[in-house]
Design a protein around this ligand. Structure first.
Ligand code: TYM
Length: 349
């Protein structure tokens, strides 16, 4: 049976990007594959969260995984830092990760620019990635080698498939490079090359509603699974629009496209067609479209939201889930690490 691995950082509640890019697919495939889904708490350390908040952030993702339908009887659900083999493989893979290629990673460059922008209190558009002026700014080695740790997460279970959103495509490609490089260097077929699991539709990018591209936690434009109806309606109402097209079949501005993209994720295709027709005939009323969009988002998220608090407050149950996930993940990881150590040349004295 094919193995699937994926994880989400513990940096706050999950938004629609996390849901449609990752979690919804986790739920969809848990019956079919040998699945390992984890909470990437080590990855979240790059931004130095306060220790008092750390555990709560992990627990939130765990509860939201389960509330959205992940079933610990079907998939192995675990916490990244519970599996020390990941960190050891990370060390081995760091030796095969070259500075140049890590520095060229888009997410690294974006995070550097963001960190500099915040430190200097300037808009990110005014910041250059390579101005060499990062004194006192938190651009740590963990951030640089972030894709190496992600590769370790994936390769430690010898994954065949990785369900992720579009923003992780480059990282996944790097995991493939490292798998190949390791196999070539050590002359063993230790790691399969993991592939993106995209259900034949391509990896998706869920847009924000502020016209700024992707929905994300650091972008501050998230609609969260934990949001209530009033909050969702308010957020959607505030989405950037204009006074509407003035000629039939006019090209669509990016921020309007984003509304349609979100709608195509949550609404019936006939609803999308209806508003598209209105757009193309210059009769669209964005107020109506937003109202419909908010309603359809709620239809997806509110049933999940309803369950989150109950799961979150059930410590005994969560404890059991984590304990059993830890055991299964460690067992699988230990087998792979053994192969990797042997290939590298470690021997037991
Ligand atoms: P993270 O925590 O930023 O996001 C978790 C998942 O949500 C997806 N996602 C999106 N998909 C579509 N549109 C969006 N706007 C959007 N925002 C987020 C991400 O693509 C991801 O699938 N490095 C990873 C976590 C990770 C991981 C791994 C993933 C660590 N190790 C191993 C897979 C395998 C990350 O930061 O994702």
């Amino acid at each position: 049976m094919n193995t699937v691995v994926s994880g989400i950082r513990s940096t706050g509640h999950l938004h629609l990007g996390n849901y449609f890019g990752a979690l919804k697919n986790f739920v969809r495939i848990q019956d079919i594959y040998n699945c390992f889904f984890f909470i990437a708490d080590l990855h979240s350390l790059t931004t130095h969260p306060h220790p008092d908040d750390f555990h709560k952030s992990v627990k939130i993702i765990l509860a939201e995984y389960i509330a959205a339908g992940l079933d610990p009887e079907k998939a192995t659900i675990f916490i990244q830092s519970d599996v020390p083999q990941v960190s050891e493989l990370y060390v081995l893979l760091n030796m095969l990760s070259y500075k140049g290629e890590l520095e060229r990673t888009t997410s690294f460059k974006d995070k550097v620019r963001l960190a500099k922008a915040q430190a200097r209190n300037k808009p990110v558009e005014e910041i250059s990635y390579d101005d060499n002026n990062d004194e006192g700014i938190n651009i740590n080695a963990g951030l640089l080698t972030y894709p190496t740790l992600m590769a370790a997460d994936i390769l430690i279970h010898r994954a065949d498939f990785v369900p992720v959103g579009k923003d992780q495509e480059q990282h996944l490609e790097f995991a493939r490079v490292l798998a190949r490089r390791f196999n070539n260097m050590y002359g063993e077929e230790v790691f399969p090359e993991p592939r993106a699991l995209d259900f034949g539709t391509g990896l998706i990018k869920v847009p924000g509603l502020d016209g700024s591209g992707k929905m994300g936690k650091s972008e501050g434009n998230g609609i969260y699974l934990y949001d209530d109806e009033a909050t969702i309606t308010k957020k959607v109402k505030k989405a950037l629009t204009d006074s509407g097209p003035t000629e039939p079949n006019a090209p669509m501005p990016e921020y309007i496209k984003n509304l349609f993209t979100l709608m195509s994720l949550v609404s019936d295709p006939s609803t999308v067609d209806y508003f598209m027709e209105k757009y193309n005939t210059c009769t669209i009323r964005y107020g109506d479209m937003k109202k419909q969009l908010a309603e359809d988002i709620c239809k997806v998220t509110l049933p999940i939201k309803e369950r989150i608090d109950d799961v979150y407050n059930d410590d005994a149950y969560l404890h059991k889930v984590v304990e059993s996930g830890r055991e299964k993940a460690r067992e699988s990881a230990a087998k792979t690490l053994e192969l990797a150590r042997k290939a590298v040349g470690f021997k037991v004295f």
